[in-house]
Design a protein around this ligand. Structure first.
Ligand SMILES: *Cc1c(COP(=O)(O)O)cnc(C)c1O
Length: 393
């Protein structure tokens, strides 16, 4: 046999294991507990509407008349239609068969690359969600990094001199919390159309957008249906990180020559995927009911209050940061010129607060630090009280 040698080119991602090890060692040494503000996982339980729908779906499975076996690989119509209606709420018209239900955005972000030759140049922002980089290394694709930095507000824009065929955009961004405006996204859409490129748009955090002038979907931008695929997930929107459900939108208008990418993706999914659990899809559909939306926005509101607690502490301390308003992430510039890991140790040792060193997300993350708003109010407020006391000393 011969293995895919590209797997040997992958760098081990030690970021979260390094953090866990440091925290464990610190606890053993001092016996002190820590407040975790680092992990990008939600903490609130599923909404009541979701639970009720899932219970009733379990009952469906228990009766001969309502039992479901294999469903359509691309998802049940009731969920596709609920998503279609949700998109029409921000002015985006989709066909149900442009929406593919998946077990989460991460799988689809990786799987979509089946559709593209390894002979493509990929543009990836730095710092970045590591999945985009690693899945392209696995296929041996050439990648070019787009510098996201303080100067461009962590929102890189197209450079006419740099050609790319596949472009990753995550907005609102993980890890930086920065979100593209309509005008900025339009520049990327125009670039993609001109370069015959495809935008892979990760909208996992769209539900965190507060500013009504910001786009919730790339398809709000004129022309995007001809050059973009959108990946979204119930993970952060509705706390489905452990329940697993997402969706990918591949418009019929998106073509390479005469070939619709929708048709290729359908072929890929029907061959390699057998759909998402019926019970989970019922739970996901409940997110879009009136009561479901109300409950979901209460949960998101809870996290947003945490973000406000963090950003008001940073404002008070005069620490530069990005994100927080339209995102669960706060991306701060380490004070006093500390590098990311020095600041990590400084917070751990002095105030027992754990965040994520920005350098773990790419070279341009050096000197930055990510805090998340996915903790409890009590822990967030306590962490910020300690930070203020420490930095004002
Ligand atoms: C959490 C996250 C996702 C969602 O992944 P799932 O597989 O749906 O849980 C997608 N993209 C980014 C950038 C994320 O941070």
């Amino acid at each position: 046999m011969k293995i895919n040698e590209h797997y040997l080119e992958l760098k081990a991602n030690y970021l979260f294991s390094d953090i866990a090890r440091k925290v464990m060692e610190y606890r053993e040494k001092t016996g002190k507990d820590v407040i975790k503000m680092g992990i990008g996982d939600v903490t609130l339980p599923l909404a009541g509407e979701v639970i009720t729908a899932m219970h009733s779906a379990v009952d469906d499975m228990s009766k001969k008349e309502t039992f479901r076996g294999y469903g359509d690989e691309q998802g049940y119509g009731f969920l596709q239609n609920a998503i279609k209606d949700y998109y029409s709420g921000f002015g985006v018209k989709l066909e149900a068969d442009e929406i593919f239900i998946s077990d989460g955005a991460k799988s689809d972000l990786g799987n979509i690359l089946d559709l593209f030759s390894s002979d493509n140049t990929v543009l990836i922002p730095d710092p970045v969600y590591p999945v985009y980089v690693d899945t392209n290394i696995m296929d041996g694709r050439k990648t070019v990094f787009l510098a996201a930095d303080e100067e461009n507000g962590f929102l890189p824009l197209p450079d006419e001199d740099v050609h790319g065929d596949i472009i990753y955009i995550c907005s609102p961004n993980n890890p930086t919390g920065a979100a593209y405006s309509r005008e900025q996204l339009k520049l990327w859409v125009d670039y993609a159309l001109k370069n015959n490129a495809v935008i892979l748009f990760d909208s996992a955090y769209e539900a965190f957008i507060s500013d009504p002038s910001l786009p919730r979907s790339v398809f709000e931008i004129e022309g995007a249906e001809k050059c973009a695929i959108e990946f979204c997930s119930f993970s952060k929107t509705a706390g489905f990180t452990g329940t697993r459900c997402g969706y990918t939108v591949v418009p019929h208008a998106l073509k390479c020559g005469d070939t619709e990418l929708n048709r290729l993706w359908l072929r890929r999914q029907t061959t390699k995927f057998n759909g998402v659990c019926y019970i989970v899809q019922r739970g996901a559909a409940a997110v879009f009911t009136e009561e479901g939306q109300k409950q979901i926005s209460e949960n998101i509101g809870y996290y947003k209050e945490n973000a406000a607690i963090i950003t008001s502490a940073l404002d008070e301390l005069g620490i530069t940061y990005f994100g927080g308003k339209n995102s669960p992430y706060i991306w701060l510039k380490c004070p006093n010129g500390m590098d990311s890991w020095t600041f990590f140790d400084y917070l751990l040792e002095n105030i027992q607060v754990v965040g994520t060193p920005g350098s773990g997300f790419g070279a341009n993350g050096t000197g930055f630090f990510r805090l998340t708003s996915f903790s409890t109010h009590e822990n967030t407020a306590e962490a910020m009280r300690r930070l203020k006391a420490l930095m004002k000393k």
